[in-house]
Design a binder for this molecule. Structure first.
Ligand code: SF4
Ligand code: SF4
Length: 73
C-alpha cells in the first residue's frame, strides 16, 4: 500500500470539511479545539492516525483553498 503524509497550511483553512468527507481513510477532522487566523476550526489529522495516509491526494484535490500538501513515499 502506498504511503503518504499530509501537511496543512492551517491559517488558510475555512473549515468547509470537504477534505474530511472525501478521505477514504477517515483520518481527517476539523480541530474543534483550535480557531485559526480566519476564525475557523481548521482541518487536521486525527491524533494517532498520521501513519494511515495512503497518499491518494483526494483531500488536496478537493480543497478549494490549496491548504493541503501531500507527500508520497
Ligand atoms: S492523501 Fe488521501 S489518505 Fe491521505 S489524508 Fe488525504 S485523502 Fe486521506
Ligand atoms: S477542504 Fe481545505 S478549506 Fe476545507 S476544511 Fe479541508 S483544508 Fe480546510
Amino acid at each position: 500500500m502506498a504511503k503518504g503524509r499530509v501537511a496543512f497550511d492551517r491559517d488558510l483553512c475555512k473549515g468547509c470539511g470537504l477534505c474530511v468527507s472525501v478521505c477514504p481513510e477517515h483520518m481527517l477532522e476539523l480541530d474543534t479545539a483550535t480557531i485559526n487566523r480566519k476564525g475557523y476550526h481548521p482541518a487536521h489529522v486525527v491524533e494517532g492516525r498520521e501513519d494511515d495516509c495512503i497518499g491518494c491526494a483526494l483531500c488536496a484535490v478537493m480543497c478549494p483553498d490549496q491548504v493541503i500538501t501531500v507527500e508520497k513515499f
